[in-house]
Design a protein around this ligand. Structure first.
Ligand SMILES: Nc1nc2c(ncn2[C@@H]2O[C@H](COP(=O)(O)OP(=O)(O)OP(=O)(O)O)[C@@H](O)[C@H]2O)c(=O)[nH]1
Length: 757
């Protein structure tokens, strides 16, 4: 992102340093206008190239970071513009003004080129000397050399004779081929100002005029027809320019009537000054007609400044003299030399004006239009990206607001629901505790029925009895458990299911729609069931049965009964006195309580009465003896009946009776123990329910938390995307503004260099 910002700043800086096109008023030659225009459009295109390179980099980053804003097609267009601009820049650096010289052989084309260059650069002479196209242009290195077509080899050229020799050596050169002659720029003003001069073979020596035009004339800014003033315009010359004008729209054509010195020195003209004027007038009319009426390349007024009567030979000689430091007219002056020289200079001036204007138009108008079109296209893309960024910012902003509100609402609702569910869970667990407590008390009361139904074989042998006790414990535990389940499971399962459904319904309203189909992990396998952990083995670990025979009419028993009746009546009176304290105690419970009081006092009584049944019988015998005096018969009968009773009970003390007695003691013991754990068991069951419901609640809360976390993550992503969108909005806006500035530069260039021409 930092690189992204740096590049934005770099682009800003580069745009600040852009140059404003303006025409320098102090130019010495019209050719320099072309140079200035070239420099300025080059500068503009360098800025466009920087701009497109920066835009490409930024759009590539944007395409990666925010593909919704710029699509592949737009990115490709911008990337393609880089090569287009590069191509234009390359063409711009190569752009120069080009003038091509045509005419019949020996009309003096090479001499005219040399005269314009002010030096004997190209070979000239009688007969067909130029056998291919020769383009003279400025050498960047300051050296003189030539390069033949299709070759990159530089052949050094030291002088014109050397060049002629080199060209002769290349005899195999085709007349259509082009040889580039690079001549030091400092030796010639024209070359300094980017003018390339193209000499050609005579138009009368080739049948391939069309090929010539296609190969060498299409990009020429000015054509110079070098005619021979000693003769009239020939059909071959006219023919050639007809072809040129049919292929190019209004080519700039100059007609030079060369060898005007020779015409002036013709014997018949020497005494007839007027005749020379007539010849000039005749040439002028024919040339004007040719340009205006036949070729239709200019108006009659313009034609007056397109036809000249010169002597290239004289101008060349004068300029070579001047170059040598001699006076240009140091030799014998031919008649009318000054006038012809001045006319040549006038031609040069008109030519410079014409080629500069023409070249600016032909070379730079196209580039400027291409540049404007390209900038327009980029502007459109930037505008689209800007609009899309704003649109996306709006959408994402609204989305962010919606998510934020949703998150706040979810958190608030989650807090409210959690509090509500806590209360709900507390109510359910309280209810469960009450129901379990009630059901367990009921089962304890009905314990004797359960124990009575246990029908494993009983044996009073201690070892077997231990096994019997274990089995009975297990049986009671299972029986109690299944009875409790039968009474409570359906009710609890329904309560749990209803509570869980209620929780799910409430919590799912806080979840996204696609996640509302909740399946709880704790309700997957089987319905919830409470475990009643009674642990009868532990409860009865201290249980010790008493299976010794006890005579029911023994003295200790009688005493026990009497005492228990007395205590029972006392307890009853206490119950009636404190009824509220004993409301929950049943009659059976009171009885058991009384019994336990009796049992507490039993050891003392037993000691007092002799400790055993046998002792008591002995006591009775002693008492009978006392009653001997009362009557043996009555005493004997009583003893007999008492003995029979004892015998009957002793004989009735069978295994079955022991089993009954064992079960009675067991029920009595287990009942007391179970009553002690009623509260713990019911609390334990309610705790299981609470745990189950709390687990459900926390699972649901976790789901809601996950969805809240998702929302938070989405909010973070949205924040990030909004930051990128803000950048893309800023970047596209900046790039569009900068493209507008470049467009202004191009328009200003057009106004300065193209519209005024
Ligand atoms: N008197 C006179 N002779 C000229 C003038 N210009 C050229 N010549 C001579 O005409 C002959 C041919 O000149 P070139 O410059 O070689 O003619 P060209 O048209 O280039 O001929 P090719 O290259 O063969 O097509 C040379 O001997 C020149 O010196 C001129 O203005 N006056």
């Amino acid at each position: 992102m930092a690189a992204y910002i740096n590049r934005t700043m770099a682009l800003g800086d580069s745009m600040i340093s852009r140059r404003k096109p303006a025409l320098d008023e102090k130019l010495s030659s019209p050719l320099q206008v072309f140079g200035q225009a070239k420099k300025q459009i080059n500068g503009i295109f360098v800025n466009i190239q920087d701009y497109v390179a920066n835009a490409s980099e930024r759009m590539t980053d944007m395409n990666i970071e925010c593909p919704d804003v710029i699509n592949e097609k737009e990115l490709k267009s911008i990337l393609d513009y880089r090569s287009k601009v590069k191509g234009i820049c390359e063409v711009l650096t190569r752009d120069h003004m080009k003038v091509a010289f045509f005419g019949r052989t020996s009309n003096g084309k090479s001499t005219v080129v040399n005269a314009m260059l002010g030096d004997k650069v190209l070979p000239s002479g009688i007969g067909h000397t130029t056998n291919c196209f020769l383009q003279v242009e400025g050498s960047q290195t300051g050296e003189a050399y030539l390069v033949t077509e299709g070759s990159k080899e530089k052949q050094n050229v030291e002088s014109v004779s050397h060049l002629a020799h080199a060209l002769n050596y290349e005899k195999q050169l085709n007349e259509k081929e082009l040889v580039h002659v690079y001549w030091p720029k400092d030796k010639c003003g024209l070359l300094r100002d980017d003018v390339a001069l193209v000499d050609s073979p005579g138009v009368d020596v080739t049948p391939h005029l069309d090929d010539w035009i296609d190969a060498h004339c299409i990009d020429a800014d000015v054509f110079v027809l070098v005619a021979n003033a000693e003769s009239t315009l020939m059909i071959t010359e006219k023919n050639f320019f007809h072809k040129v004008s049919s292929k190019l729209s209004k080519p700039n054509i100059f007609i030079l009537n060369n060898r005007w010195d020779a015409s002036a020195n013709e014997p018949e003209f020497l005494d007839q000054f007027n005749s020379q004027e007539q010849v000039r007038k005749q040439h002028m009319e024919r040339a004007t007609d040719f340009l205006v009426k036949e070729l239709k390349v200019c108006t009659a007024e313009e034609a007056a400044s397109r036809v000249f009567f010169i002597s290239a030979k004289e101008v060349l000689q004068a300029r070579v003299q001047e170059r040598k430091g001699l006076a240009p007219n140091s030799g014998a002056l031919a008649e009318g030399f000054i006038t012809r020289y001045k006319e040549f200079e006038e031609f040069e001036h008109k030519f410079e004006e014409c080629i500069s204007k023409s070249a600016i138009k032909t070379k730079f108008l196209n580039h400027s239009q291409q540049g404007k079109h390209l900038i327009d296209e980029i502007c459109k893309i930037m505008e689209t990206i800007f609009k899309r960024s704003l649109e996306q910012t709006k959408i994402k902003g609204a989305q962010k607001k919606e998510y934020q509100e949703k998150l706040n609402f979810t958190n608030q609702q989650l807090e409210n629901l959690t509090n509500m569910l806590k209360i709900k869970i507390r109510n359910v667990t309280d209810d469960v505790e009450d129901k379990v407590s009630k059901a367990l008390n009921d089962e304890i009361r009905r314990l004797y029925v359960l124990v009575d139904e246990f029908n494993a074989s009983f044996n009073s042998d201690p070892f077997v009895l231990n096994v019997y006790k274990k089995e009975l414990n297990s049986y009671v535990e299972t029986g109690l458990g299944s009875n409790l389940r039968a009474r409570l499971s359906t009710d609890f399962a329904m309560t749990m299911e209803q509570s869980q459904k209620e929780m799910v319904a409430k919590m799912s309203s806080l979840l996204p729609e696609n996640k509302r189909n909740i399946s709880l992990s704790n309700s997957k396998c089987k319905p919830f069931e409470i475990l009643y952990r009674l642990h009868c083995d532990n409860l009865c670990s201290d249980f010790h049965e008493d299976l010794e025979f006890k005579f029911s009419w023994g003295l200790s028993k009688i005493y026990r009964r009497v005492t228990s009746l007395k205590i029972w009546s006392q307890t009853q009176s206490r119950i009636s006195y404190y009824p509220s304290q004993n409301q929950s105690t049943s009659a059976e419970g009171s009885f058991n309580n009384n019994q336990s009081i009796v049992e507490q006092n039993l050891p003392f009584m037993s000691r007092f009465l002799g400790g055993s049944e046998v002792t008591m019988i002995g006591g009775l015998c002693a008492a009978g003896f006392t009653f001997k005096v009362v009557g043996w018969r009555l005493l004997g009968l009583s003893i007999g009946v008492y003995g029979c009773l004892f015998l009957y009970e002793r004989l009735s003390w069978t295994t079955k009776a022991k089993e009954r007695e064992f079960k009675r003691q067991y029920v009595e013991y287990v009942t007391s123990k179970l009553r002690m754990i009623v509260d713990i068991t019911s609390a334990n069951c309610s705790h299981q329910v609470e745990q189950e419901l709390t687990t459900t609640c926390s699972q649901l809360c976790q789901l809601v938390d996950e969805s809240s976390d998702n929302l938070s993550d989405q909010l973070k992503n949205l924040d990030h995307e909004l930051k990128i969108l803000a950048k893309s909005t800023e970047v596209s806006k900046n790039l569009k503004n900068k493209a507008d500035l470049l467009k202004v530069d191009l328009k200003q260039f057009d106004n300065t260099f193209l519209c005024q021409n």
